[in-house]
Design a protein around this ligand. Structure first.
Ligand code: SF4
Ligand code: SF4
Length: 676
């Protein structure tokens, strides 16, 4: 086909140059587009088990059609579900998310496109496009469940003994779509069976199913803001039942393209390939001289400390605490060892904990409980568990630990931090905590020892802040993962050991020459990132090449935020200092936390915010919009990431993060992505 038979004629002058290919490997179908010498070639095949073989098949077909040789191809961009498997040793290549590729492809199909609905086999997305460049302005994806995706329609087609195409054709014949309340594949199956038993027709059930799916997609569209100029792309886009349902529900006619819009992603990939080839961007390796902080010694020391605690090498009482409102100075002044219970992050302990909670809890709290149930040697070696009552999940888990495993005491923490009565009450709780620790340890907590601990912990927090501030450099000498490792040490090692350790690390990092090259800087906000829950950080920093430069979640910079007055009554000083730390999201007024978060993101020059929270978290999940509004007022884009500890959403998370980072890079002009 001639290029003007495919691409919007208003954009034709931007497509100049050599021969480039976009390959979109979807979960069901692989599509590819070749742009060469004013022609467009397309190819599609079913996706096989081996994604590279699928891509090779597409490439060969395009070469056959165009009579080109591999050596004639200037650049390939891979996209879609299987993009990460694509590798070419003889042709320059990159991978780009399907979100950026669908946006670019849809823009080139019709420059009037503003909003895209992309429904594939595994997921659905709504994307808002920059009408000038074809870049992504905003996007949302469905969560990992199959509702509203091609998989959902396929499953229903199977139950109705139709092909997926027939399902769409039946749907448009219906005059009275069935009411389908279930969005879950599993429940929809039984609902469809019961509708058939009631005598509802295939047409009506098929139409009902399409409407139910389209409603789900409309919710995504609302989140990015539907603007006229709506196009439907992706593997499901030629299903007429879904097209009709989308038009009816969105109130906007769908833009028609000159070719099948299942090729939109591959076309966008080809346009990206063209831009990459013009900018001569090749897959880059990080420079050899990048400084890497070696924390192996620290990790070994933490492991050794855990072993020492298990065998009680110091012959002291040992306690575990759950939340950051537990004054560690007091525990240390009582001559008691302490650890924070934050070893969580695997599905096995979540499942074990679930047997006890049997209710909707966040994975962190279920995992803590599960670790006790699984007889984690460190946790079961503890003499007592303390927590100051913060969120309801923490409180209930503390109570359950006390009931089933290890003695536990829960102190009440006021919710409103600024009232004088709250401070009086917290002081009284701290005095009760003192009496409890004295009874447990058999030691008297003296004012002198408590003051010494207060001074030491103040120094420790100061050092952690100084280390963090090195992350304000254009190219920070430590990663977000490194910083969390330093925080982890805070949870296991005593202050007197932390002091020289942090000082040594600070000195080493401060001596690293400042590098001016800038990377994408991300600020991580939201709930807790537990010890075993590093999948997000690894994706961001190891795979996607961005840096976490600061964080205000429960296990990040927050622990360095409190300062305890070293003069006066040390008990009152502890109450004041701990209540004035960066407030946890269950504290009121919330606005203070929101402003601290925005302030840190600005101070650390974040390009974007990742707001990650555990599903079912009653704190960070509920109040997220107040944070989002504030970041947006500050002009910092935000990506919402509801997470859990399962591995099944790894692919989806990666696509979201990758697309977000692509958008940020484009805003910063850090790559050639975008129209030439
Ligand atoms: S966010 Fe609050 S409730 Fe949750 S773990 Fe942190 S301090 Fe505890
Ligand atoms: S604040 Fe949320 S994430 Fe943190 S422990 Fe409570 S429920 Fe879990």
């Amino acid at each position: 086909m001639l290029i003007q038979e495919v691409v919007d004629v208003r954009l034709l002058d931007k497509i100049t140059g050599g021969s480039v290919i976009g390959i979109d490997i979807g979960s069901r179908t692989g599509k590819a587009v070749l742009l060469s010498r004013g022609q467009v070639y397309t190819s599609s095949v079913y996706t096989g088990i081996n994604m590279q073989e699928t891509a090779d098949e597409l490439l060969e077909d395009l070469l056959d059609q165009s009579a080109l040789k591999r050596s004639d191809i200037d650049y390939i961009v891979g996209t879609g579900y299987g993009r990460i498997a694509l590798q070419y040793s003889d042709i320059s290549s990159q991978i780009v998310t399907e979100i950026s590729c669908h946006a670019m492809g849809a823009h080139y199909l019709n420059a009037d496109v503003r909003t895209i609905v992309d429904i594939g086999g595994q997921d659905s997305k709504a994307i808002r496009v920059d009408p000038l460049t074809g870049g992504v302005v905003e996007f949302v994806m469905n969560d990992k469940c199959a509702a509203g995706t091609g998989r959902f329609l396929e499953k229903v087609a199977e139950i109705l003994e139709l092909t997926i195409d027939e399902l769409g054709q039946e749907a448009v014949k219906s005059g009275s779509p069935s009411e389908i309340s279930s969005q879950c594949v599993v429940f929809a199956e039984s609902e469809v069976i019961s509708l058939r038993a009631k005598g509802e027709t295939r047409q009506d059930i098929a139409a009902g199913i399409h409407f139910a799916s389209a409603k789900r997609v409309r919710n995504l569209l609302k989140r990015v803001g539907i603007e006229p100029g709506l196009i439907f792309s992706g593997g499901v886009s030629n299903n007429i039942g879904m097209r009709k349902a989308l038009e009816d529900l969105s109130g906007h006619p769908l833009i028609e393209a000159k070719i099948d819009t299942i090729f939109a992603g591959a076309l966008g990939a080809a346009i990206h390939a063209l831009n990459y080839s013009k900018a001569a961007i090749t897959s880059t390796q990080e420079a050899e001289d990048v400084f890497r902080l070696d924390l192996t010694g620290l990790e070994n020391r933490i492991a050794e400390r855990q072993d020492q605690l298990i065998v009680n090498a110091e012959d002291r009482k040992k306690v575990g605490y759950l939340c950051s409102y537990t004054p560690l100075e007091m525990i240390s002044a009582a001559g008691v060892s302490h650890i924070r219970l934050f070893k969580a992050g695997d599905t096995h302990t979540v499942a074990s904990g679930e047997q006890i909670t049997q209710s909707v809890f966040c994975d962190f709290t279920k995992s803590i409980l599960g670790a006790f149930k699984e007889k984690d040697p460190l946790y079961t070696s503890l003499d007592k568990i303390y927590t100051f009552y913060t969120c309801d999940c923490i409180k209930t888990v503390g109570e359950a630990i006390g009931e089933f495993f290890t003695p536990a005491d829960i102190y009440t923490l006021p919710r409103i931090k600024d009232k004088p009565s709250s401070r009086d009450f917290y002081s009284s709780q701290i005095l009760s905590f003192k009496a409890d620790l004295e009874q447990l340890s058999g030691n008297i907590i003296t004012d002198g020892e408590l003051r010494l601990q207060i001074r030491q912990y103040n120094e420790v927090r100061k050092l952690l802040t100084q280390i963090s501030e090195l992350r304000k450099r254009p190219n920070p000498p430590l990663s977000g993962k490194d910083y969390l490792d330093l925080v982890k040490a805070f949870y296991y090692l005593p202050a007197e050991e932390l002091l020289p350790l942090y000082q040594g690390i600070y000195d080493k990092l401060a001596a690293v020459p400042v590098r001016e090259d800038r990377t994408i800087r991300l600020f991580m906000a939201g709930g807790i990132i537990a010890d075993g829950d590093r999948k997000l950080l690894e994706l961001i920093e190891d795979e996607l090449g961005a840096r976490i430069v600061a964080e205000d979640h429960c296990t990040g910079l927050k622990i360095a935020s409190g300062y305890i007055d070293e003069e006066g009554d040390p008990y009152r000083a502890l109450a004041e200092g701990y209540i004035d730390q960066t407030p946890c999201a269950r504290m009121k007024p919330l606005q203070e936390r929101v402003e601290i978060s925005g302030g840190l993101a600005t101070e650390y020059q974040a390009d974007g915010v990742l707001y990650a929270y555990l599903k079912f978290c009653p704190c960070y999940g509920q109040i997220k919009n107040e944070f989002f509004r504030h970041y947006q007022q500050l002009g910092i884009p935000v990506l919402e990431l509801p997470i859990d500890y399962s591995k099944s959403d790894q692919g989806q998370l990666k696509t979201r993060l990758e697309a977000f980072i692509e958008v940020l890079r484009e805003r910063k002009g850090l790559t050639a992505v975008g129209t030439a």
